[in-house]
Design a protein around this ligand. Structure first.
Ligand code: SAH
Ligand code: SF4
Length: 406
């Protein structure tokens, strides 16, 4: 376990909104506005945006001084009005399995009494690295097995704050050209790029922050910048049915659906948005998802809750329900959190359930839990509201225990 930084809650309350806004994470429009503000003439804007874009998103620079093909005068004007600051790292934890979790503090918006905090998680494997990013501070939905769901929604993340999570992660793991990996022994993939995949599976319901998430995906997928293929970006939704076709048309990433139950009765309880958009409507939206094919399947996530949704009859109903939809099934062992009312299914039961799913033609359906020791696994993310603080975490034998502050 590594804790690189630790600041007190009081700092969050006191942190002023920055006088100079940051350009890090901005899209085309935001960069144009910045350049216009420092007096760059209209006819130069396109070329200047391209220059900035490349320094920000190919090189990952954190100082205007490094932008060597930008004139000194423009660099000076930029630096007098803006910064390249990323969301502030409050703490970084590295799990025994190499998973990293960052608690990030965002700049306070005008009306906010305290600076909101979010979590971002990096999951390395031998040949790939997945970054799990948040789309909201907290969540308005209240899925009964999800830790984030117990935190009230504070607000939607801005475009810059969504892209900022990618920048912070690339900074910390040395995933820019010529950068060094951190010297802390944490595992990294052998691949040239250390972050190969992005999943919108952190805090929040991304389709409830549609415009900012879509704009962030446009920045992330731009071939002249961060250059993540949309086939390696997955948005996970609890089932905001009306937004699913729009997301497919306008953003066109891979899609994951938090299904978790095969009957409306149970899904109403586990994923309450089901009362508004029941299973049949959700699956119909999936069938119509633009670009759906055997090569571009929808992932159905199914959390394994002991004695709740894990019978073999449930498994058979699940494969029946999904027949005809090009899909993958992802069985997620339930990740417990302090105060959760469920237990994870027994491993033997998960295997039997997976067998039924396997026999129906779905390969390797069980998601290995990652980063459980630092509460970084699916559904364990939560920041401010129960006041889990870096200073309250105690390292024990390389793992971390959390206790609420008084
Ligand atoms: N709000 C979106 C994305 C964030 S949650 C959604 O619900 O899809 C990412 C995934 O983690 C979802 O499939 C969610 O159902 C699952 N999840 C939530 N809590 C969990 C827990 N305690 N254990 C395992 N998976 C969980
Ligand atoms: Fe929100 Fe997703 Fe958690 Fe449900 S599972 S409470 S939608 S973050």
């Amino acid at each position: 376990m590594v804790l690189v930084l630790d600041t007190t809650p009081d700092a969050a309350v006191a942190a002023p909104s920055p006088a100079q806004p940051s350009l890090a994470g901005r899209g085309d429009e935001g960069l144009r506005a910045a350049l216009t503000e420092i007096g760059i003439p209209e006819k130069q804007l396109r070329m200047r945006v391209e220059q900035l874009w490349s320094w920000l998103y190919v090189r990952g620079v954190t100082s205007f001084d490094d932008m060597t093909d930008v004139s000194k005068d423009i660099r000076r004007r930029l630096a007098s009005a803006f910064t390249l600051t990323r969301p502030e790292i409050v703490s970084e934890q590295v799990s025994a399995d190499g998973t990293r979790k960052w608690l990030l503090r965002l700049p306070r918006l005008g009306h906010e009494a305290a600076a909101p905090e979010i979590e971002t998680v990096y999951i390395p494997e031998s040949d790939r690295g997945t970054l799990c990013i948040s789309s909201q501070v907290g969540c308005t939905l209240t899925c009964s097995f999800c830790h984030t769901g117990t935190q009230r929604l504070v607000r939607n993340l801005e475009l810059e704050e969504i892209v900022g999570q990618i920048l912070v992660a690339r900074d910390r793991i040395g995933d820019w050209p010529g950068a060094e990996p951190p010297d802390d022994g944490g595992m990294l993939p052998i691949a040239e790029r250390k972050i190969t995949n992005i999943v919108l599976m952190g805090m929040g319901e991304p389709l409830y922050n549609f415009d900012n998430v879509r704009a962030a995906i446009e920045v992330a997928a731009d071939g002249d910048g961060l250059a993540f293929s949309k086939r390696r970006i997955t948005l996970s939704t609890s089932g905001v049915v009306p937004e699913i076709p729009r997301w497919g048309l306008e953003a066109g990433t891979m899609l994951a659906i938090s299904l978790h139950a095969v009957t409306d009765k149970l899904r109403d309880e586990l994923v309450p948005i089901n009362r508004k958009y029941p299973i049949a409507e959700l699956l119909e939206a999936c069938r119509q998802y633009p670009g759906l094919s055997n090569a571009r399947r929808i992932t159905f996530e199914y959390v394994m809750l002991k004695g709740v949704n894990d019978s073999l009859a449930d498994a058979r109903a699940l494969v029946r329900l999904l027949s005809g939809i090009p899909s993958k099934i992802n069985l997620i062992p339930f990740n417990p959190w302090p105060g959760s009312r469920y237990e994870c299914s027994d491993w033997e039961q998960i295997e039997k359930f997976a067998d039924v799913v396997n026999r129906a033609g779905y390969a390797s359906p069980v998601r290995t839990p990652r980063g459980r020791d630092i509460l970084a696994a699916c559904g364990q993310l939560k920041s401010e509201s129960i006041k889990l603080r870096a200073r309250d975490r105690v390292a024990v034998d390389g793992s971390v225990e959390e206790k609420p502050s008084s």
